[in-house]
Structures are given as structure tokens and as C-alpha cells.
Design a protein around this ligand. Structure first.
Ligand code: FMN
Length: 297
């Protein structure tokens, strides 16, 4: 796979975007769905600049004359189509475009960002408390809805999660009304009328645009899982209780139809969130030594 990416980045012309299974001309980009174009821009920045720049920065590798130009072409299409360009994901990409342009011009550049620092003891105590105290909650206080600001904080935590190739495929649908819960409820005996459910979905059109649907389709589900985990942690920190609820294919299909999701959006998982009413015996894990694998040969 690494060779495939290398070949893609080095052999592309300076005036088109090569994707895994084809090539997009500038005209293709002018006609592409805006959400997909924006994702393609982030992906091109990620694969053709962000992950390639380090050996160039430390002087081990010479940049090709077209270093960064594929992402530049996507940016120019976004500009030409008059899309607003001030959102953080686009501004992040623009910073890499500027670095790549300087590198092509032969300038010496550096990334002036702070390196991560180890947490101090107080900070570490909070991190450990968060990670080890979180647990699933399956019953909630009646008539005490989760405030919208908290739901937003929870989804913001999901937004911060890592995601494959920075493609940002995760989407959220918030279900608050007990009547609406019928769309997501299956055979799980959790009180629907006492919680809010966030259905975590993914946009598969984005993967089809960059060819990842054929290469790493499971990454869309993994993105949803990473977001879901961040969201459970935030819910716990807010004093709320959350639980993942398995979403079968049947439940997902029913929700998709009844909620009226477009063809490209697929439900992946459900998070039920509310104010905890019944404590559980916190489930504990088997020891780390029992999780360790050893070589079979
Ligand atoms: C992929 C996944 C699916 C889950 N599905 C359900 C479910 O359908 N119903 C449920 O009550 N809990 C569900 N859970 C929660 C797990 O049962 C729970 O995380 C596990 O027992 C460990 O307990 P803890 O979350 O309290 O640490 C699910 C968790 C994951 C990660």
C-alpha cells in the first residue's frame, strides 16, 4: 500500500489530482459534491504534504517539483467555487499549502508548533480518574433532559477524536423524543423515555471519492468508534451517564429510512445519554498480562 501511495504522489501531473483508482481533472473538481471536495482537499494535504514533509524538513529527502500541488489544485477549486475558506480544517490545510509552496521555491522551512509535554501529577490524576472511573450507565432520572449545551460539548469531544486520513466522515443525529426513539430501539431493555440518543453515522460518499471504500472501508466504523469513546468520556466528566447500544444492520436500516437519511449516510452506533439514576457495579478488566499476545512461531 505504501508503494501505491508513493507512486500516486510522485507520478501525478502537476495539473490534476490522482486518486487511488483514477484521476480528477480541474473540471471534475468544479463539479464534485462540495463535502467530498473539501474532504479530498484534507486527504490530499494529509497524504501528499503532512505525512511526507518530515524527511524533507530534516534534510533526508529532496521534494519533488510537484510536492503539494495536488492539494493546491483542490484548494483552487474550493476558491473558484466561492466556498467560504475560513473553517479550521481548511485553514489547517492552507498552512501546509504555504509550507509546501516555500519548499518548492527552495526555501528552508520549519514547523513552529510546540511539542507535546508530559502532564504534571495533578493533570495526570484527572486523566486517570476520567479513564478509569467512566462506566456504562443504563438507567436515567425521569423528566430531566440533558441540556443542549451538554449535548454540544459531548459532540465536540467526538469531533476532536482521531479519524482516518482526516476525512471527517462522522455525522450525528440527536434523538430526544420518546416517540422518535422507536426508530433506534431494538431489543435492549433501556428506558428510552429517560435518555437522549445520539446516532453516530458516517458519510460513505467521502470514502468513495478517495477510493478508501475499496481499500480501508472499516476505517469509517473505526472513526465512529473513536468519536463514541471520546463522547462517553465527556459525558462522564459532565456527570452524565452514557452507554453504547449495539446497532444491528436491521436497526440501522430502519433508522436510515424513518429519519430520512440520504443514501450516502450510514448509521454506525448509538449512544444513550442521561442523568444517572441507578449505579452499577463497575465492570473491571482482566489483567494486562492476559491481554498480551506472544509470537506463535
Ligand atoms: C461496540 C459496543 C457495543 C455495545 N453494545 C451495548 C449494548 O447493546 N447494550 C448495552 O447495555 N451495553 C453495550 N455496550 C457497553 C458494554 O457492555 C460495556 O462497555 C462493557 O460491558 C464494559 O463496561 P463499562 O462500559 O461499564 O466499562 C457496548 C459497548 C461497545 C464498545
Amino acid at each position: 500500500m505504501a508503494e501505491k501511495f508513493d507512486e500516486l504522489h510522485s507520478s501525478a501531473s502537476a495539473d490534476s489530482v490522482r486518486w487511488l483508482y483514477g484521476e480528477y481533472s480541474r473540471q471534475d473538481l468544479m463539479e464534485m459534491d462540495p463535502v467530498c471536495l473539501r474532504a479530498l482537499f484534507r486527504e490530499r494535504v494529509h497524504h501528499t504534504i503532512e505525512v511526507e514533509i518530515y524527511p524533507i524538513l530534516v534534510g533526508d529527502k529532496e521534494p519533488t517539483p510537484i510536492f503539494g500541488t495536488q492539494a493546491q489544485i483542490c484548494w483552487e477549486a474550493l476558491e473558484a467555487r466561492g466556498f467560504p475558506l475560513d473553517d479550521p480544517d481548511l485553514q489547517w490545510g492552507k498552512r501546509y499549502l504555504e509550507l509546501a509552496a516555500k519548499i518548492r521555491a527552495g526555501e528552508k522551512v520549519s514547523i513552529d508548533e510546540p511539542l507535546p509535554q508530559a502532564f504534571n501529577a495533578d493533570e495526570m490524576a484527572v486523566v486517570k480518574k476520567l479513564i478509569w472511573d467512566r462506566h456504562s450507565i443504563r438507567d436515567w432520572v425521569a423528566d430531566k433532559p440533558v441540556p443542549d449545551e451538554m449535548l454540544e460539548q459531548i459532540m465536540e469531544a467526538g469531533r476532536a477524536a482521531p479519524n482516518g486520513c482526516n476525512l471527517n466522515v462522522v455525522r450525528f443525529a440527536v434523538i430526544k423524543e420518546a416517540e422518535e426513539m422507536k426508530m433506534v430501539w431494538s431489543d435492549i431493555p433501556t428506558p428510552a423515555e429517560r435518555c437522549t440518543v445520539i446516532v453516530i453515522c458516517y458519510d460513505k460518499a467521502i470514502y468513495e471519492t478517495v477510493g478508501h471504500d475499496r481499500l480501508v472501508p472499516h476505517n469509517m466504523m473505526l472513526d465512529c468508534a473513536a468519536a463514541g469513546d471520546h463522547m462517553c468520556l465527556m459525558a462522564h466528566a459532565l456527570g452524565l451517564g452514557a452507554v453504547w447500544l449495539t446497532c444491528t444492520d436491521k436497526t440501522a436500516a430502519r433508522f436510515k429510512k424513518k429519519y430520512g437519511l440520504p443514501e450516502n449516510i450510514e448509521p454506525a452506533m448509538h449512544l444513550a445519554i442521561g442523568w444517572p439514576s441507578v449505579a452499577s457495579i463497575k465492570s473491571l478488566r482482566m489483567p494486562l498480562k492476559d491481554m498480551m499476545l506472544t509470537r506463535g512461531n
